[in-house]
Design a binder for this molecule. Structure first.
Ligand code: ACO
Length: 318
């Protein structure tokens, strides 16, 4: 048995923050941001909008588009690094808000690689017979962990959520998954503060060594793409689409070049969404699906990379 994506959904907060608006807050400019990252605007959640709110909206859209009854869901994974609270998990909150209960629901934290980690995990459950129908969500409010005085990070991120319904299927579906981590690089991208005795100890906001992250990401994603295709007994010439993590257009272009893939075959949403961490791949997937880009049987590579460092790929047939 395999698992197959039968529906996608997404949700973006209403508030659009353009580069021009950021120019009024920090010493930056539209030209710098567009040239270095490809980002033109991002969405920012309202003060009372939580990760679970975004996740529920995306989940409802995915459920509606897949045509399943919500009661068919028997596994729920939320990939997030910005949970509503320390515990219970955002997945349990989402489960309750959807009016569902009684099946496993848990969060998975692999930062920007979170969605591919969650999808690969759900795939294992479905193949092994541990579940029949999974709701897999990537949802984040990174705006809450940004230092809005730090121009080197605050221009890069946005909020949002994307979701897929993954169902057991005799036909693939997902044909290969590959996950990686290397904790030696944990300090180049981190939100190092922690709570002790009711206080945040250490730096409470996201910190990043931009050029170190850039170098690591370019090499890791290129190697992983080749490795994943090889493991599946395929080559880059078989690939129809790349749906990469949307952090930076230059990293995306570099992966596409490595794969010999024309940019027309790469789903790009970073210009409109910024980096939404675990939400970026399912948001991009839903946006492309909505535009009717994918045809049945297309070979699609999803690739994510994030803090940890963690990175991973999912190769699937649409
Ligand atoms: N606006 C204007 N100037 C800026 C800004 C800004 N928003 N941010 C930094 N600068 C300045 C710096 O202060 C520096 O000025 P200086 O030369 O006077 O000291 C100059 O621009 C160059 O700074 P660098 O950090 O060297 O710029 P770089 O070319 O490396 O670009 C960037 C920075 C875009 C962050 C790049 O390193 C990058 O893309 N890294 C990958 C990071 C990434 O994608 N992170 C996402 C999270 S991780 C993930 O999802 C994989």
């Amino acid at each position: 048995m395999y698992s197959r994506i039968i529906g996608t959904g997404s949700y973006l907060p209403a508030r659009v923050v353009t580069n021009a608006e950021l120019e009024s807050k920090v010493r930056t400019n539209d030209q710098w941001i567009v040239a270095r990252t490809g980002i033109r605007e991002r969405r920012i959640a309202g003060d009372h909008e939580t990760t679970s709110d975004l996740a529920v909206a995306a989940a409802k859209a995915a459920i509606a588009k897949s045509g399943i009854a919500p009661e068919e869901i028997d596994l729920l994974i939320v990939a997030t690094s910005t949970p509503d609270v320390i515990f219970p998990s955002t997945a349990c909150i989402v489960q309750d808000k959807l009016g569902l209960h009684g099946f496993p629901a848990f969060d998975l934290q692999a930062v920007c690689a979170g969605f591919v980690y969650a999808l690969a995990t759900a795939d294992q459950f479905l193949r092994a017979g541990g579940a029949k129908c999974a709701l897999v969500i990537g949802a984040e409010v990174f705006s809450r962990i940004l230092d809005w005085q730090d121009r080197s990070t605050c221009v890069l991120f946005g909020d949002g959520a994307g979701a897929v319904i993954l169902k057991r299927s005799p036909e693939p579906g997902i044909i290969q998954t590959r996950l990686k981590a290397d904790g030696r690089y944990r300090n180049i991208l981190t939100t190092p503060g922690y709570i002790s005795n009711g206080q945040i100890v250490g730096h409470p906001f996201l910190k990043m060594e931009g050029s170190a992250v850039f170098k690591f990401a370019v090499k890791a994603l290129a190697d992983l793409a080749t490795e994943t295709l090889e493991l599946a007994g395929l080559t880059q010439s078989h690939l129809q689409w790349l749906v990469p993590h949307q952090a930076n257009i230059r990293i995306i272009e570099s992966t596409a070049k490595h794969l010999g893939l024309d940019m027309e075959r790469v789903v790009v949403t970073v210009d409109k969404h910024g980096n939404t961490s675990a939400a970026s791949i399912p948001l991009a997937l839903d946006s492309a699906a909505e535009q009717g880009k994918f045809s049945s049987g297309d070979l699609i590579l999803l690739e994510g990379i994030g803090g940890g460092f963690t990175w991973g790929a999912v190769l699937l047939r649409w």
